[in-house]
Design a protein around this ligand. Structure first.
Ligand code: AMP
Ligand code: ZN
Length: 127
């Protein structure tokens, strides 16, 4: 039986192989990008098409195509990404007024980059 991590043509993975993944290229430095925050497990940079005055992307260094591809063993990493989201929201001054953290999973939900990322948005009112 095929497992979630071993299939060659799972939805999402064929759209986001590491070698042509734009976020892997940003993380490796082959696409120069100003980092807002970096640590051993994650990087944060500004979204190129911001949907709010503050719109950051929190991205794990590990290439996980979609949230649903996270495996047992990724729990600490997922928790760390949320902690980094809190940190950069505070640093950008939107924490107290309120910020939104969003993960889109699959195209139907708006995912276009198949490397897991958290959107951190703030600085305006949200409906
Ligand atoms: P999603 O729709 O959840 O997959 O989000 C992908 C996000 O990545 C979008 O909000 C894009 O604007 C953003 N994005 C795509 N390419 C870049 C890039 N080179 N630098 C920064 N943000 C990017
Ligand atoms: Zn990637």
């Amino acid at each position: 039986m095929r497992t979630a991590r071993s299939g060659a043509n799972l939805p999402g993975e064929d759209k986001g192989k590491m070698e042509d993944c734009i976020f892997c290229k940003i993380i490796s430095g082959s696409i120069p990008t100003k980092m807002v925050y970096e640590d051993e497990q994650a990087v944060v940079f500004d979204d190129i098409h911001p949907q709010a005055p503050i719109h950051l992307l929190v991205v794990p260094r590990k290439h996980i195509p979609r949230l649903m591809d996270a495996a047992p063993g990724d729990e600490a990493l997922l928790g760390h990404l949320l902690e980094v989201a809190n940190r950069v929201a505070r640093e950008r001054g939107v924490a107290e007024e309120g910020y939104r953290v969003v993960i889109n999973v699959n195209r139907g939900a708006g995912q276009v980059v198949f490397h897991l990322h958290l959107h951190v948005m703030g600085g305006r009112k949200f409906a």
